[in-house]
Design a binder for this molecule. Sequence first.
Ligand SMILES: Cc1ncc(COP(=O)(O)O)c(C=O)c1O
Length: 391
Amino acid sequence: MRYAPVTEALADLGGAKWAVHARGRAMAAAGRDVIELTIGEPDVPPPAVLVEAMAEAARTGRTAYSSGRGEAGLLDALADRYSARMGRAIGPDQFLCVPGTQTALYVAMQGLVGAGDEVLVADPLYATYEGVIRAAGAAMVPVPLDPAAGFRLDPAAFAARVTARTRAILLNSPHNPTGTVATRDEVRAIGTVAAAHDLWIVSDEVYEELIFDGPFASPFAEPALAERTVVVSSISKSHAAPGLRSGWIAAPAEAAARLLPVAETMLFGNQPFIADATALAVAGPSAVAGEMRRAYAARADLLAGRLAGGSLRVHRPEAGMFALVDVGGTGMDGDAYAADLLDAQGVSVMPGSAFGSVLRDWVRVALTVPDAALGAACDRMTAHAAALQSA
Ligand SMILES: Cc1ncc(COP(=O)(O)O)c(C=O)c1O
């Protein structure tokens, strides 16, 4: 049988990235003591009031079809939240409700770019970005971030990679996997590049609520950039609720109208009972985000403190659920190190190669395990590094 080109375009993006994770899981299932630091799932439950609101809504009949754009109550709640945060009126017609940031990214790319187009993305990057770009027929153009410069955005590097085919910049702040938070000046400078070449900015803001300290800057908050900005976000991280699959697109009204049929064609609306809980979630501050911010910041310090002075070098994140560790000092690249660490010490981490080419000599460590488990993982990593050095 023949398959569509999209299956070819995505074929090499899947399983290999998760090989260490899958092997760690299999070893744990077979009885081996494995500390899993690969994927980042919030390690606190979602706020009980959210779960109760969802259950109550389901019990009281909020299980019928929704509209393609989303439930009116959620659209209003999003409009209120964004109006307050952006300091200008944002209408309900500027939103589309979709199952998670991932779907929002997919819809945005389907609606904004196509065959032959190029999308600029900082490298390192979140693991699914290349797939959503390729699925739209476009090509991802990585823009390397310099580890020595703290993985900060370099607007000149973006400008240097613009061609006649460039249509969009996919921005992610706070950033996964580096944990870097773009400053307002950096966002504006990227915006200057976008404006000079008439590019869209797709802004993945899913970690907005997990900044340890300091302000959040969004291109959507800049009046000069708002007309070219499409925000994608969700309650997956802010409310420790990734399984609810509840996210949204915030965009100029015209862009939202153009993206609506794309979302409708995929989804035929979403789930009213989840929309009700999400409306409640976005109406006020998250009851669990503060707890996560404190825990992940403290664990990043714990990791950096415990590994200090050895051959492993920790890049301290400013936000999010992950820390990067430079393992080049062991003489191994990230792939070899992650495989060897799992075999030798039963600790599973993500090889940096899963997040682009810049992190070849790095691994990503999830901070979403209890302090004691992370401390034990540090001991094992230290023992492993020492054994490598004396070998
Ligand atoms: C940068 C980034 N974007 C998007 C997602 C997907 O988020 P969601 O659960 O809202 O689909 C993730 C999940 O880890 C992420 O790290």
